[in-house]
Design a protein around this ligand. Structure first.
Ligand code: NAP
Ligand code: FE
Length: 368
């Protein structure tokens, strides 16, 4: 047996975890820049709780609340200017994956004299500022990953940088902040979390430890499938989804994602399909493509979900994710070509070629 496992984030999970652990914040800095989207940090109550915790610890704070969905390079550059203006020594991301990923980028840019595009070049000369994460969606697991995914209009896709130095130092997961998350976003993000667990389980870089976490995440997702299809969520369901998302993040931190995410980026970039939904629309057919290579793993995934077949998984995804998304022949070519350039495609158990990717897209059309 041979593996490495690395998740350096101190995870606080449960109701009231920010209030109860405010002393953790003082370990990382004295001048915080809080990075959020436009409204959910406020409406969820998370921003209030964080501000009170920072005040209690005597930590000065400022807010940068301009992170859009799928954050752009320009936005993280403005955020880093705000961090410098505040002389921030730590960055606190509060939000879905978009503000959390932006917080990581801002932490690196604020410490290094580089442009946002240079984030993709690798190693930073100066250690990024410490990042603290408060997820407000249950999906990306960004609170426990070294990834930041940004939209690069020049290369017409989403690109990620990965660096151990941007793993959040601490993450606070309180499911109360998700109580008003609209059902469509709850579902899309939950499917992203499932996709992380499934892709991580299949990844060529999977290990015994990541597989254990992945199967636990997939089983837990199975227990909330009914709530997802009924679109009503109890506090327990919310907490369970946050747990799935956390585990999914720990998995992909080890394994990376696969062709599902590689193709999904184009669905988001060109068609504005939310990230989790993009993955979910492709998931069953991507598994069908992988099945001859790893049949026992596909069987284990279906068993963990309590589903009989890949067709049942496809039906479930379509029930959850709604109307069809037919693609044009030109789109098939563009999406496949862009996916071939994505680094994560190499993690797929049977690495797809151009035709394979187009076929997965064709097969994923819900109805003709
Ligand atoms: P998101 O883009 O962060 O947010 C989507 C929407 O949900 C926003 O309108 C946001 O509003 C709203 N929202 C968030 N939390 C809410 C809450 N608690 N209550 C009500 N509304 C809420 O969504 P996401 O799916 O979590 O993140 C997607 C991004 O993460 C993509 O860029 C994706 O590529 C990336 N990602 C990263 C990783 C990683 O490992 N780092 C993995 C997978 C995906 P506000 O704008 O007001 O906040
Ligand atoms: Fe994802």
């Amino acid at each position: 047996m041979s593996f490495t496992f690395h998740v350096p984030t101190r995870v606080f999970f449960g109701t009231g975890c920010i209030q109860e652990n405010s002393a953790e914040l003082a370990r990382w800095g004295q001048r915080a820049l809080i990075v959020t989207g436009r409204s959910s940090a406020r409406t969820s109550g998370a921003l209030d709780d964080m501000q009170q915790a920072l005040d209690r610890q005597g930590i000065t704070w400022a807010i940068f609340d301009r992170i859009e969905e799928n954050p752009s390079l320009a936005t993280v550059e403005s955020g880093s200017a705000a961090a410098r203006a505040h002389r921030a020594d730590m960055i606190i991301g509060i939000g879905g994956g978009s503000p959390l990923d932006a917080a990581k980028a801002i932490a690196a840019l604020a410490a290094n004299n580089i442009s946002a595009r240079q984030l993709f070049d690798g190693a930073f000369a100066v250690q990024p500022l410490p990042v603290i994460a408060v997820p407000l969606t249950a999906g990306t697991g960004s609170e426990v990953t070294q990834y930041s995914i940004l939209t690069d209009t020049e290369s017409r896709t989403k690109r990620s940088f990965a660096d151990r130095s941007v793993f959040p130092k601490a993450a606070f997961l309180d499911a109360r902040y998700l109580h008003a998350l609209p059902a469509p976003i709850t579902i899309n993000t939950a499917v992203d979390a499932l996709s992380h667990a499934v892709e991580g389980y299949l990844s060529r870089r999977s290990t015994v430890i990541s597989n254990m976490l992945a199967l636990e995440a997939i089983r837990s997702f199975g227990t909330v499938m009914k709530a997802l299809s009924q679109k009503t969520f109890s506090p327990d369901d919310r907490e369970r989804l946050l747990y799935v998302s956390l585990l999914g993040g720990m998995v992909i931190a080890q394994t990376g994602t696969t062709m599902v995410h590689s193709l999904g980026y184009s669905l988001t970039y060109f068609r504005n399909i939310p990230h989790g939904r993009a993955n979910g629309l492709l998931l069953a057919e991507a598994l069908r493509f992988a099945e001859p290579e790893v049949p026992e793993k596909i069987a284990a995934i279906l068993a963990a979900l309590g589903l009989e077949s890949l067709d049942a998984l496809k039906d479930t995804m379509h029930l959850l994710l709604g109307p069809e998304e037919p693609w044009t022949p030109e789109e098939l070519e563009t999406f496949a070509d862009i996916a071939l350039l994505a680094a994560n495609i190499a993690n797929t158990p049977k690495v797809p070629g151009r035709n394979d990717l187009q076929q997965v897209l064709i097969n994923s059309i819900i109805t003709a």
